[in-house]
Design a protein around this ligand. Structure first.
Ligand code: NAD
Ligand code: TDX
Length: 361
């Protein structure tokens, strides 16, 4: 049995990763360290018992991390824990520095100390899960490759860029066996409804305004979360330490087209159309400050070197995602209570929650 330490496993991608990996890798045992911020939900994984352990704690708690490493002796660390929402980073950047920069650095330090003390085992690897947002914004042409210079725009992407630099430094300076992946926008089950796709799905269901930033023509390269999880397992098992791998879905879409597609999928399922079409709810609102125009990933390195490519089409996986949200109303209610509701009230004056005029400021 091989133990993998996952950080941030009660969030969106981590939950999917743990659920998928426990099925796909019968010889893995997973220990999940998560601080359960507003974005973490231990209930996502409460049905898992065999080969799974949850530890409630913070990556900044080095004593806890050190004791977990000593006890669990993991062969791999998959580091998801982060503050992950760009809009939140604009109104409150310090949490992003604390977790994404300081937390990642403390985690690296604890892991390196343990790795050295245990004789630098050859089969240990640390996989840092990062974002394509570190590369900044593209014009209408071109793709991000692993050689693209870092040029982050938001406090979120700047904090992820800093964490990537730390991971790279730990490899170059200490020989620590770390790998980095930079992926595009994920979507799928268990995504917190502050991100574009789940927010729009829930607002359509509840007939609230659909706040589209700016002209709605910003482009994201959508990656189904299960494809992402398979890519992460591939990199953890077969990637080369010290290397970076870009992961993309090959599904570039303008935001407004994604919103139209979600309206149409839900109209079919909810029996709406004509004068009641959900497209009537679309509301163009003030643009996000520093809003990156286009992201698009060149994923040829991971394809050529490790044989990974996405399995799901955007249309197929978007429909599956809509169906998941329709079938999981209690999950939605539980994650939208408490802190999330308060944050929306404070920062959006209830506009998004209540579907009033749809303006952010
Ligand atoms: P998420 O916000 O849904 O989940 C983050 C998880 O980390 C939560 O469970 C939270 O409780 C936990 N966490 C936060 N701070 C912590 C701390 N200090 N100590 C321990 N746990 C902590 O995020 P996600 O969308 O699942 O993203 C996971 C990772 O993937 C992040 O590093 C993010 O930057 C990266 N990423 C996400 C996307 C995307 O589209 N969602 C794309 C590219 C990269
Ligand atoms: O209400 C909205 N209206 C809107 O037009 C929201 C929430 C978003 N948008 C736009 C902004 C972006 O162009 O939709 C696009 C996607 O927005 P988000 O879902 O907030 O994602 P993004 O900012 O692109 O970042 C995401 O992908 C990269 C994740 O949140 C990051 O964690 C990841 O690193």
């Amino acid at each position: 049995m091989k133990t993998i330490l996952v950080t941030g496993g009660a969030g969106f991608i981590g939950t999917n990763f743990i659920r998928h990996a426990l099925v796909a890798r019968p010889d893995w045992r997973i220990v999940n360290l998560d601080a359960l911020t507003y974005a973490g939900n231990a209930a996502n994984l409460e049905d898992l018992h065999a080969r799974y352990r949850f530890v409630h704690g913070n990556i900044n708690d080095s004593a806890l991390v050190e004791s977990m490493l000593a006890e669990e002796k993991p062969r791999g660390v998959v580091h998801f824990a982060a503050e992950s929402h760009v809009d939140r980073s604009i109104v409150g950047p310090l949490d992003f520095v604390e977790t994404n920069v300081a937390g990642t650095t403390r985690l690296l330090s604890a892991c390196r100390r343990w790795w050295e003390e245990t004789g630098r085992p050859d089969d240990f690897r640390f996989l840092h899960v990062s974002t394509d947002e570190v590369y900044g914004s593209l014009g209408p042409e071109g793709f991000f490759t692993e050689q693209t210079a870092y040029d982050p725009s938001s406090p979120y992407s700047a904090s992820k860029a800093a964490s990537d630099h730390m991971v790279r430094a730990w490899h170059r300076t200490y020989g620590f066996p770390a790998l980095i992946t930079n992926c595009s926008n994920n979507y799928g089950p268990f995504q917190f409804p502050e991100k574009l796709i789940p927010l729009m799905i829930l607002n359509i269901i509840e007939e609230k305004k659909l706040p589209v930033y700016g002209d709605g023509r910003n482009v994201r390269d959508w990656l189904y979360v299960i494809d992402h999880c398979e890519a992460l397992m591939t990199v953890l098992e077969r990637g080369t330490a010290g290397q970076t791998y870009n992961i993309g879905g090959g599904a570039e879409r303008q935001n407004i087209d994604v919103v139209h597609q979600l309206c149409d999928l839900l109209d079919q399922r909810l029996g709406r159309g004509g004068a009641t079409t959900s497209r009537r709810l679309i509301s163009f609102v003030t643009d996000r400050p520093g809003h990156d125009r286009r992201y698009a990933i060149d994923a040829s390195k991971i394809h050529k070197e490790l044989g990974w490519q996405p399995r799901f089409s955007f249309e197929q996986a978007l429909a599956a995602t809509v169906d998941w949200y329709l079938a999981h109303k209690p999950w939605i209610e539980s994650v939208r209570s408490g802190e999330y509701r308060r944050w929306i009230e404070v920062h959006y004056g209830g506009a998004r929650g209540k579907g009033t005029e749809g303006q952010r400021d």
